[in-house]
Ligand binder design. Structure first.
Ligand code: F6R
Length: 231
């Protein structure tokens, strides 16, 4: 693992965007992997500022909430359409687990199949939950897991309540790429910002266990961690 200690969040976001562009442009025919959430907001803005024009025709989202109204502004599909697809004027295909062709059990298998056919992903953006989740692989997730429907941990629902009108509106379940699925990407770019994430990050690095999903990725041959936290 390559660790980049940024002096603050702004520097971390800039380094993350530059690293993402370099890795994506190095393999222009390969799909890219996108994440959502607060950490990614700044990175997607920076991609625009740096004039990034994705050359790939395919992007895969890591995860999606289950049970939202179609077109809900809280869906990750809507968020990525707004903050990545439309902002960058990109005309490729966004593949989102649990939606459209990728609905239901067979849809999730189809997503795995499409990833195998089109992949590997050149560069996968990753954030870390304050409880240590990776995508929506909550603590205790199988390291060999693939794309599936999962129940969200109460800590995840409570963290993400800030994006919804109330905690009750946060879905209880979500679709997520599995840890084994994610580990197939050529390059993993994990961005961890803020004091709030430090305990989960430090636990995964110093005491990796089935309770720290990041542990499944620590042996990846091309994992870069960019953080504003001193480890
Ligand atoms: C979402 C995802 C999640 C987030 C994590 C951190 O696609 O993959 O694992 O990266 O919940 O979210 P923020 O950045 O909002 O703290």
């Amino acid at each position: 693992m390559r660790v980049i200690n940024a002096k603050n969040a702004d520097e971390a976001v800039k380094l993350a965007a530059e690293t993402f562009i370099e890795a994506a442009d190095a393999r222009p025919d390969a799909p890219i992997g996108l994440a959502t959430g607060g950490t990614m907001d700044g990175i997607y803005l920076k991609l625009k500022e740096l004039g990034f024009r994705p050359k790939t025709q395919h992007a895969f989202a890591l995860d999606e909430y289950e049970g939202l109204e179609p077109g809900s502004e809280n869906s990750y599909a809507a968020e990525l359409t707004d903050k990545f697809v439309e902002r960058l004027g990109w005309t490729g295909t966004l593949h989102v687990p649990g939606t459209g062709h990728y609905s239901g059990e067979t849809g999730l298998e189809l997503l795995e199949q499409r990833l195998t056919e089109l992949g590997p992903i050149s560069v996968q953006l990753l954030g870390l939950g304050s409880n240590g989740h990776i995508a929506f692989n909550e603590p205790g997730s199988e390291f060999a897991s693939t794309t599936r429907l999962v129940e969200l941990h109460p800590a995840t629902r409570s963290d993400n309540a800030r994006f919804f009108p109330s905690l009750e509106d946060v879905p209880t379940h979500a679709y997520t790429q599995g840890l084994a699925t994610i580990s197939r990407s050529s390059c993993l770019l994990l961005v961890v910002l803020g004091e709030r994430k430090r305990p989960a990050l430090s636990q995964a690095l110093t005491a990796p266990s089935p309770q720290t999903p990041l542990a499944a990725l620590l042996d990846h041959e091309n994992l870069t961690l960019i953080t504003d936290q001193v480890l």
